[in-house]
Design a protein around this ligand. Structure first.
Ligand SMILES: NC(=O)c1ccc[n+]([C@@H]2O[C@H](COP(=O)([O-])OP(=O)(O)OC[C@H]3O[C@@H](n4cnc5c(N)ncnc54)[C@H](OP(=O)(O)O)[C@@H]3O)[C@@H](O)[C@H]2O)c1
Length: 281
């Protein structure tokens, strides 16, 4: 039986609501695997209590937390320091309590996105050609920043609400090429990567309607939705011979930097971890 000592390291995930979060299961797997004297807790914190909850972390002896919906943007303004990437994205998902007791914020969603892309589609290169990103929400911002920083020279962006496409393009610079939502299928011409970061295709949501005919056969298709694991988009991509990349790996990889900082062990994303988390989806 695993029990905690009085010296146990503490971390968790702050969200509202939090009951649906897979993060406690994911971090719990690594804690057990490495036999760590530590705990990762689901922390249900209302928006009006976020500032107080973050401020309490050093007092309570927490090494830090993940921050999830709806707090990711607000938390950026509440930490003492934030990485340049997090500031560019405008949101954080990871807080580490520094040796000086100050809160350091970072955003590992883009890291998780790219790490999973590298492992699931190892032949894809940022210089292979334009990428197409569907969506302009929180996840899209992190993915756009990650792709640009990885060296993608042209990122075609389509979102249902055109105002949000324009805002993201204005914030991230000329490499972002806004595309009308109605023209999303045409935008696939010559692309090396298609990413869905909308909620379309998620269980309970309508499927993403897009024609893949113009997408070159060697292009990679990445859907960050992970419920279900194989979305209609990924099924269509697989049928056409594209390399399909599902959303679960992004979730697993984004957790890694936080775990390493809080618990002092760099864990691995393995097939066993994937199966363990998948069993609860
Ligand atoms: N795999 C992972 O680790 C990971 C991480 C983060 C998020 N996700 C998943 O990614 C998805 C987006 O998350 P998010 O945090 O970015 O959400 P969000 O900020 O709420 O953004 C939602 C996006 O979906 C679009 N959308 C929603 N309904 C639509 C519809 N009927 N037609 C066209 N577009 C529609 C929105 O367009 P408008 O701007 O027009 O509303 C917006 O671009 C979710 O399914 C989430 O579970 C996965």
């Amino acid at each position: 039986m695993r029990t905690l000592s009085g010296r146990a390291r503490l971390a968790g995930v702050i969200g509202w609501p939090i009951a649906h979060s897979r993060s406690p299961r994911l971090h719990g797997f690594w804690l057990a695997q490495h036999d760590i004297d530590g705990a990762y807790l689901p922390l249900a914190v209302r928006p009006e209590n976020l500032a107080a909850a973050l401020k309490a972390l050093p007092i309570l002896g927490f090494g830090g937390v993940n921050v999830t919906l709806p707090h990711k943007s607000a938390a950026l303004g509440l930490v003492d320091r934030a990485s340049a990437e997090a500031r560019r994205i405008g949101a954080i998902n990871t807080v580490v309590v520094g040796a000086d007791g100050l809160l350091e914020g970072s955003n590992t969603d883009g890291y998780g996105f790219l790490e999973h892309l590298k492992s699931a589609a190892p032949d894809w290169r940022p210089e292979d050609g334009p990428a197409v990103l569907l969506g302009a929400g929180g996840a899209a911002r992190a993915i756009a920043v990650a792709l640009l920083e990885a060296g993608v020279a042209e990122l075609r962006l389509a979102n249902r609400t055109a105002r949000r496409t324009a805002e993201l393009a204005a914030a991230l610079g000329p490499a972002i090429k806004p595309v009308a939502w109605a023209a999303r299928s045409d935008a696939l011409d010559g692309a090396s990567l298609l990413v869905n970061s909308t909620t379309l295709g998620m269980a309970g949501q309508p499927p993403l309607e897009i024609g893949l005919l113009r997408l070159p056969r060697q292009a990679v298709v990445y859907d960050i939705v992970y419920v279900p694991l194989e979305t209609p988009l990924l099924a269509a991509a697989r049928a056409r011979g594209h390399t399909p990349v599902d959303g679960l790996g992004m979730l697993l990889h984004q957790a890694l930097p936080g775990f390493a900082a809080w618990f002092g062990v760099t864990p691995e994303v393995t097939p066993e971890l994937r199966e363990f988390v998948l069993a609860a989806i």
